[in-house]
Every structure is written in structure tokens, then in C-alpha cells.
Design a protein around this ligand. Sequence first.
Ligand code: GZL
Ligand code: ZN
Length: 381
Amino acid sequence: LTKSRFREETKMKKKVVSLLVAAMTVASLTACGNSGSDAPAANQEPAPAEKQEAEPAPAESQAEAPAESQAEAPAPAADGGTISVGFAQVGHESDWRAANTKNYQDTFSAANGYELSFVDCDNDHAVQIETVRGFIEQELDYICIAPIQSAGWDTVLQEAKDAGIPVLIVDRAVDADPSLYTTALGCDMVAEGEAAGNWLAEYLNGEDANILVIEGSVGASATLGRTEGFNNIVSQNSNWKVLDSQSGDFTQAGGQEVMESFIKSYSDFNVVVCQNDNEAYGAMDAMDAAGITYGVDGDVTIISFDATHDGLQYTLDGKITCNVECNPLQAGFAEDVIKKLQAGEAVDAWTLVVDEAFVAPGITSKYAVTMSQEVLDGRAY
Ligand code: GZL
Ligand code: ZN
């Protein structure tokens, strides 16, 4: 349990830091209570004259521009005026998210010529929709959205398109007509779920599996994809049974809560799939409290997703046996798209952020890299 206190303390420290740093919100957009309103928000300064020239051509002249010709967004103003980017971020639910947020703030910095309007939407879809509406009203040059859930985006995406503002769907996917946004980028969540399943089949080598799944946030493409991918492999193994599958909302508290309820209902499980590292930390705390052993030397095999630093430390320690990565350092891909659009170049409709899987020391797999201290030391997040 001391582990979780350590984790809680680090998380609290991280949260304080990310709240302070994440306070860059557009004044009228303190949509999410935790926007760190007391921290300085650089973009609340009066916009210097030259910034106006960096604004895209007046909306009406782009309004009728169909998505494919949005590439004609103007090149940066001759004097290199700043480019305004709105980022409606999922929230602050996980270590992965913190790394993703920091990566966007580091990339879209004032020093790099950007004015970032960052809003932490606190896992609330309605807040995220209103945040995007606010970006449209502000007539920002670009809008990035990491959608909390896949459904419910058509209307506001149409509004952004009508306003002639290029929209980048990042990290997670939306269930909307692709002509309603400029580009999408992120990991292949179905492939991640299948990687976990394929590794498990290789590891169990024919043994039965009674599986409990702690899913991510309801309706998130990361949840839907990982569940679909893993179940594709479950259906290929007739001696595997998924006993239960509940959402832990991608948080440590959620993972612990769901695992505690699973422990009350099931006693014959030998595999727990956590759809992100923070849920795995919570599940481990719950199993510790119940005296259930896990890891390479335990009764239960834990599979996790995200391959964050702490998650890979547990994999190196043999507590998490398999950890499937989804790389959070994606802001560079978003910046590449914006630079191309600024230069009037066409952009790809989809950019895949590649990832891999990791397994505990002592295990060799054709689906995953065997963890070592060097692998851990070599990680960028
Ligand atoms: C995956 C990302 C997920 C992470 C979670 O790309 O959307 O959201 O797996 C995070 O940690 O909450
Ligand atoms: Zn919150």
C-alpha cells in the first residue's frame, strides 16, 4: 500500500505542476473548473498589432471552402506573426494524459511562434463541445480535439468547417464524417487490443483463461478499440472466458474500485486486462489488499496499456506481465500538419502513431520487447 501512497504523492505533485502549466486558457473559456485560473494565462495579454495579421483570411471568404481546399489556409504572416491553436484536451485522468498535455504545451509554445489556448475538459463531453464552440468564436487559426468520446461531434465540427477553421482530431477518434475535419492522428487501438490478445495466447500456450477486463472511459475510441481488438483474439480461443468487463474510467481510483468489486464476485480468474496503467495501479492495490498474487510469479497475469514510465517499471519488476504502448508524444505530428496547412500544402487524412508492446524480463515474445533497465532508461516519457 506504500506503493500507492508514493504514487499518490507523485501524482499529486504531477497534478499541481500540470494544473499550473495547463492554465493557458482563453479568458472566456474557463470551461473546466480546474483550468488553474489563478495561474498566469499568457494569451490574456492584449494581442499585439502584428498578431492580427496572423489571423486567417476573414471567415466568410473561407466559409464556402470545402474541407479539401482548407489547405489554402494562409502562410504565416510575413512578420512571422503567432499562430493561434486551440486544444480541447480530454482531461487529466492518467499519466499518459499528463505526458500528452506536456508534449502539446512544449510544442505549441510562444517561443515556437504559437499562441496555445489549452483547455482541460475534465472528461466531460458537454464541456468539450462548448470549449470547441469557444475556439470558433475566438476565430483561432487551428483547433485540436482529443475527443473524450467518439459520438456527438457532427454539429460542432460542421460549425468549425463553416467558420473555415481547420480541425485536427488527435489521440482518439470521432464517429463523424471525415469531411467534417481536416485530419486525424493517433494510435491504432484495435491493433493494440489484438497485440495484447496475441501475446496472451502465446504466453498461455493453450492454458485456459478466465479473464476480467477493466475498460477505459465509456464511449472513448481507446476503450472501444482495445475491447474490440482483444475480443477478436478471445473469439479465437474457445478455452478463454471473459468473466466480466467494467469501465474504470482510465483512472487509478476507478481501477481499484472495479477490481474490488470483481474480487467480491469472482474467485477463479487468472488474467486481468487493464486498459491503461493507472487502472493497473488501482487493480494491484486491490489485489494486494485481498492477498491475491499477480505478476510473473503470481496467480494472476496483468496486461496493461500505455507503457508509461511507472507502468514499464512495474513490467520490469515482473508485476505487470505485458504492457502495450500507445505513444503520447504526438504533438509533433499535429505541428507537421499545421506547418503544411500554413504553407498551403495538402495533408494526409490520417497519421498513424506507431507503438509496440513490452513484456516482463525472462519472457521472449514475437509480439513484444522484453523489458530491461536499458529499455526503461531509453524511454522518452
Ligand atoms: C490512448 C489515450 C488513453 C490512454 C489513457 O491514446 O486516449 O486515454 O490509454 C488515457 O491513459 O486516459
Ligand atoms: Zn477533474
